[in-house]
Design a protein around this ligand. Sequence first.
Ligand code: C5P
Length: 205
Amino acid sequence: MIIAVDGPTASGKGTISKALAHHFGLPHLDTGLLYRAVGRQVALNGGNPDNPRDALKGTEFADLLLEDDILRSEGSGSLASRVSIHPEVRQALFERQRNFATQDGGAVLDGRDIGTVIAPEAEVKLFITASVDARAQRRHAEMIERGVESGLQEIADDLRRRDQRDIGRKDAPLIAAPDALVLDTSTLGKDAAIAAAIAAVEQAM
Ligand code: C5P
């Protein structure tokens, strides 16, 4: 069983995907980390993330360190959103994601284009969304917890910019697959959002 979870940054899709993977005993891939690793590699190379050739070179990054705080930082997220515009970068990361999705026994993948491009045949597709305000507040609380100072307004502006880039790009834009179940988590707490996602998967099985 493939479970595809797509949606914008800070919608809760990461938390939900992890919980689904745990609940159904499936491996999980956070595909945003791949784009973040590319963005960071471009920066390490001294390249320009908006230049397709520099961005493609960033796909030769070393292994992913999944618990890497730098990779999860806002700076890496912003770089990721810039390199992910280039079709050649998306192409270079395709096979890795596709192999993960089609492994024996199934998998949970979360990202922007899992249900539309990486695994259109997924048995379950969820599109997790939430208002910019709700997402900015969550991100703000997360950052305070990590001891990082940031302004709410600044975070909301960055989320809007990233949404615009993700929704507006030509190749694999952020959009719900026609057969995806849309789950708006704006007014849901973490446990309620997870319970709703588990119920949706069980219904689709
Ligand atoms: O999900 P996360 O915030 O880690 O993703 C960082 C950026 O990587 C996103 O803003 C998006 O531009 C890009 N991305 C993508 N396709 C994916 C996952 C992430 O374009 N499947």
